[in-house]
Design a protein around this ligand. Structure first.
Ligand code: MSP
Length: 514
């Protein structure tokens, strides 16, 4: 069994979760489920980034202790992921002792080796924002923007991690490992970034300015810079499981350079640990062209669509609409287009017709196929082609195209029903028509079983429900499930199933999904 260890970014839990957080966890879940179906031994890690300035500030604003604050907010993120069917194996919180211990161990090791050194840090500091500013933060006339309040130049001793000396190694590593970053063009952007000299990384914050962090093991007057702490979660969570290196670290494009593409591989290298096999970088959900960051903001609240249309429809939209790596607009209109035409019409229709006609014409028991004419043969051929395309598409994270191909197969199955017209055959007493009728019902049921098998990593509940109404229990080896056959022969089907109720024209809100 191949081991497949996949991680998500761990979210800052200084507010409520939004669609960007949810998308990443669902995408990772779809990959994890796909790999499990392919027979890999999957370990799926997600979690919460609980230290740092942002969390400390939000907790203070609410007048609560930061630990209590993150206990509550982390639980909200986790509850959302549970609701969305995210099948993580472990949820790490950076305030947990198991994580802090590993971070402190690595800091001490790097300090002992001279990879971390103490030096003066000189910079412009905004007390109001509690952060160091950079030259690029200045107004064009050289003054500091109003939001920073009073800005003073300060000099303070801090601890630095030797990034600079590893720059040649990183360039060499990225040049030798062309597939380290997916999509590939992002790797080129990183190499472009590395044309400029790196500075060593300040990894400490004096306690007077930031208390909410992991104390440095070699100087308790400081806490660890939040990125140095957070990145190590991928390792600390599996240190006792022997699962490092990870297969993929999934992240959004905003946290590739420098944290994941520069700090992370260098931290591992300095600690004598191998890098992950790759970084999978997704794009952003946008609203009117801007990155979505809050669930409100004038437009649609994507997470509210989960209540309205159900978890499967939501997951389906995220995966069908977004080409992994690129950006996508999130609109209710587009959600409704996909929901109506692909889930309610295409898939929903085939479910209804199969159950309905099997119940009416043959007493609800799936017949054996008897004839194979041109119509059946071309559908079988389309199935073989669809399956052979979809598996590699999923392996390459092209889920949007995989779903599109599956939809084409469903459309063609519905077209087959129109052409074969079981509703006409049922009226004929002719023996051949009756054989064709039984064949058409068997064909519809088998097509449906196969199509939803291909969708199960995206729409796991709908797939399970459809299998249940078809009276079908899938086997353990998913690949074997994907051959056209007559596994459903003799199976008793349910009379109906409402999966994706259609919104009525006057009221856009459908009844609660089954
Ligand atoms: N805490 C850091 C990550 C540390 S990983 C060691 C962080 N947290 S975050 O909450 O700001 O973002 C978490 C993830 O959500 C990131 O991968 C980020 O790219 C993703 N998204 C946040 N908004 C997004 C969209 N609008 N669209 C898609 N994903 C985006 O960064």
């Amino acid at each position: 069994m191949k081991s497949f260890y996949i991680t998500t970014a761990i979210d800052y839990v200084n507010g409520a979760p939004h669609v960007g957080h949810a998308y990443e966890k669902v995408l990772t879940d779809v990959i994890a489920r796909f790999r499990r179906q392919m027979g890999d031994r999957v370990h799926f890690l997600t979690g919460a980034d609980e230290h740092g300035q942002k969390v400390q500030a939000s907790a203070r604003k609410q007048g609560v202790d930061p630990q209590r604050y993150v206990d509550e907010t982390s639980a909200q993120f986790r509850a959302l992921y549970d609701r969305l069917g995210v099948s993580y194996d472990d949820f790490i919180r950076t305030t947990e002792p198991r994580h802090k211990q590993v971070v402190r161990g690595i800091l001490q090791q790097l300090f002992d080796k001279g990879e971390i050194y103490r030096a003066e840090y000189r910079g412009f500091y905004s007390t109001r924002q509690e952060q160091f500013l950079q030259e690029k933060d200045r107004n064009p006339d050289g003054t500091w923007p109003e939001i920073f309040g009073e800005v003073t130049e300060i000099v303070e001793p801090n601890y630095f991690f030797q990034l600079k000396k590893y720059q040649p190694w990183l360039v060499e590593f990225l040049t030798a490992n062309q597939d380290f970053i997916f999509p590939h063009y992002r790797q080129k952007q990183v190499l472009e970034f590395l044309k400029e000299p790196l500075n060593d990384l300040c990894i400490s914050r004096p306690k007077e300015r930031l208390e909410w962090g992991i104390p440095l093991p070699f100087d308790e007057g400081y806490v660890t810079y939040v990125w140095f702490d957070a990145l190590l979660n991928y390792y600390s969570a599996v240190v006792d499981k022997g699962l490092w290196p990870a297969t993929w670290n999934l992240i959004g494009k905003d946290i590739l350079v420098p944290p994941h593409a520069v700090y992370w591989p260098i931290m591992l290298k300095a600690a004598g640990l191998p890098p992950p096999q790759g970084l999978l970088v997704h794009g952003w959900w946008l609203q009117s062209g801007a990155k979505m960051s809050k669930s409100t903001g004038g437009g649609v609240n994507p997470l509210a669509l989960v209540d309205e249309f159900g978890v499967d429809a939501f997951r389906y939209f995220l995966l069908r609409e977004m080409n992994v790596g690129q950006d996508s607009e999130f609109t209710r209109e587009q959600f409704l287009v996909r929901y109506n035409s692909e889930l309610a019409n295409n898939l929903g229709n085939l479910v209804n017709r199969t159950l309905n006609m099997t119940t009416r014409y043959v007493g609800g028991v799936v017949p054996a196929p008897e004839v194979s004419e041109e119509l059946e043969k071309s559908l079988h051929a389309l199935w073989a082609k669809t399956r052979d395309e979809v598996l590699p598409l999923c392996e390459g994270f092209q889920f949007h195209t995989a779903l599109e191909r599956t939809m084409v197969f469903l459309t063609e199955t519905n077209a087959y029903v129109e052409k074969r017209a079981p509703f006409r055959l049922a009226k004929s007493a002719d023996a051949r028509d009756q054989a064709l009728l039984r064949t058409s019902l068997a064909t519809m049921a088998e097509s449906l079983r196969l199509a939803v098998a291909l969708m199960q990593q995206v729409t796991p509940t709908a797939t399970a429900k459809i299998n249940a109404v078809l009276g079908y229990t899938p086997g353990a080896h998913w690949r074997d499930e994907l051959d056209w056959g007559s596994r459903l022969t003799g199976s008793k089907v349910a009379a109906s199933l409402v999966l994706f109720p259609r919104p009525t024209p006057t009221d856009k809100t459908p009844a609660k999904p089954a």
